[in-house]
Design a protein around this ligand. Structure first.
Ligand code: NAP
Ligand code: MG
Length: 493
């Protein structure tokens, strides 16, 4: 089908191929799969469905580039490639962000945030490309022995991403690899491959040598083949905890390096002294933005009992002001869920919440009026009187569902907030600076946002505690994930 939108020219060019060694080709066995617009349910394209044989070809190309031409490209030239890619993404941004909208539903109202995020990431990693280096180390070995370290790229990186933020996730995975001199075999999520593929085209246009970035589209078996592949040195994965566990097991085959950004069930804690004018929309959008499809969503909303009823009412009233619809409309704030599967999952949790005795304050179902019925829309939902043991307080929903839980004092809320297998994000809303710092130390999570939520910058690390994964993305630590350290000893005698 042809989509009547100037930004859709990439889609209208036809079936999407994979990228191996700088060439766009069909999957070896010629299979393809369909991709959908979740706002309309329509098929918007066909994409090559890779198999393990395509992964083999991609790994071979990545290895050849890593050991060949790419190993001679200097840091400044890697920096220039990243800066050129940033310029190309800037110039083609309207098209790229529309691919996110058409394929996974992100409302165009989020475009300014996405643009700043993507460009700031590329600029940061471009800068970091020329900051790499080891140390000279004064040591006490007998005689006169000089020791220094080299920081070397880890090798061929398998990057695997989910569908919830294709444009920024793609950049977040490939930029540190290019900065450090690694090569990449990249697998987008099957629900949202188009933006990643277009970025790969732009990366080639930016002068990335053949084989440095290879794209293998397809289903979960492609990620599985990558995880166990002996030719891949490291997997950089973002996705569910369950898949992360599979990757850990598969990676044992060649003892791969891993960085895992997994799921969450993040606590957002509102104290009675909070500035409610800020905390109400802040806590609401900590769950509703991107239709709840954010790994660090503050989905367990702990509210101090003296303000609980009023706060929950206000969050529900805020939820009812949000415009849900096809994200192509710039007045829409909340788009669809990504797929029918995700719609079934989220509405299933809504039913479970009611069945287990949580109080539904607003939302709670699929939206089917008019055109919405063809897509995967749900209303922003607030449950109150949620207890810690209810399913909606324990499991990641990945949809716009707030579970509001009352608490009495600080020690109690710390214990309950930490009573989860996850540890990704967390929030604290208070005017009391000492309580804020106390909670920031006590909560076991990779990020604590005080009087804000979901702020992210390329130089501040992001990642999980516990079953939310390990390794950090952004910040200096992110580059470490793509580097090996070699110690060199020189006997000077
Ligand atoms: P998912 O099922 O784990 O999929 C993520 C990616 O892994 C997809 O590309 C998927 O391919 C691939 N995959 C599937 N099976 C695999 C296997 N056995 N080995 C290797 N890769 C495999 O996650 P999702 O449902 O798409 O995404 C939602 C989850 O991601 C949520 O749990 C969310 O919390 C998490 N997430 C975390 C972060 C973070 O930064 N911590 C950010 C965003 C999302 P297919 O698409 O073809 O199945
Ligand atoms: Mg889709």
């Amino acid at each position: 089908m042809t989509i009547q939108h100037p930004a859709a020219s990439f889609i209208n060019r036809g079936n999407k191929q994979i990228l191996i060694d700088g060439r766009w080709i069909d999957a070896i066995d010629g299979q393809t799969f369909e991709t959908f617009n979740p706002s309309t349910g329509e098929v918007i394209g066909r994409i090559a469905q890779s198999t393990a044989a395509d992964v083999d070809a991609a790994v071979a190309a990545a290895r050849k580039a890593f050991e060949g031409e790419w190993s001679r490209v200097k840091p400044y030239d890697r920096q220039l490639i990243l800066l050129r890619l940033a310029d190309l993404i800037d110039r083609n941004f309207d098209e790229l962000v529309m691919l996110d909208t058409l394929e996974m539903g992100a409302p165009v109202v989020r475009a300014p945030w996405i643009k700043r995020r993507a460009l700031s990431l590329l600029h940061y990693y471009a800068g970091m490309a020329t900051q790499l280096g080891g140390e000279t180390i004064e040591n006490s070995a007998p005689g006169d022995v000089f020791a220094y370290t080299l920081r070397e790229p880890v090798g061929v990186v398998g990057a695997i991403i989910p569908w919830n933020s294709p444009l920024t996730s793609t950049v977040w995975k490939i930029a540190p690899a290019i900065a450090t001199g690694c090569t990449v075999v990249f697998k987008p999520a099957e629900e949202a491959s188009l933006t990643s593929l277009r970025i790969a085209e732009l990366a080639m246009e930016a002068g990335l040598p053949a084989g440095v970035l290879n794209m293998v589209t397809g289903k979960g078996d492609v990620g599985a083949a990558m995880s166990e592949h002996p030719g891949i040195d490291k997997i950089a994965f973002t996705g569910s905890t369950e898949t992360g566990q599979r990757i850990i097991r598969a990676s044992a085959r060649n003892v791969k390096r891993l960085s895992l950004e997994l799921g969450g069930k993040s606590p957002d804690i509102v104290l009675a002294d909070a500035d409610l004018d800020a905390a109400v929309p802040g806590a609401a959008m900590a769950v509703f933005s991107n239709t709840g499809q954010i790994c660090s969503a503050g989905s367990r909303l702990f509210v101090q009992r003296s303000i609980y009823d009023e706060f929950v009412e206000q969050v529900a009233a805020f939820a009812e002001t949000l415009k849900v619809g096809n994200g192509i409309d710039p007045s829409v704030q909340i788009g669809p869920l990504v797929s029918r599967k995700q719609l079934d999952r989220v509405t299933g949790y809504m039913t479970t919440g009611r069945n287990e005795g949580a109080g539904l304050v607003t939302g709670g179902s699929q939206l089917t009026e008019g055109d919405l019925g063809a897509g995967y829309f749900v209303s922003p939902t607030v449950f109150k009187d949620v207890s810690d043991t209810m399913t909606i307080a324990r499991e990641e929903i990945f949809g716009p569902v707030v579970s509001a839980i009352p608490f009495d004092d600080l020690d109690e809320v710390v214990r309950r907030a930490n009573d989860t297998p996850f540890g990704l994000g967390s929030g604290v809303w208070t005017r009391d600076v000492s309580k804020a710092h106390r909670l920031a130390r006590a909560v076991r999570a990779g990020s604590v946002w005080v009087n804000c939520y979901q702020v992210m910058e390329p130089n501040v690390p992001f990642g999980g505690y516990k079953m939310s994964g390990y390794g950090r993305e952004s910040g200096r630590q992110h580059l470490e994930e793509y580097l090996n350290t070699k110690a060199v000893w020189v006997n000077m005698a």
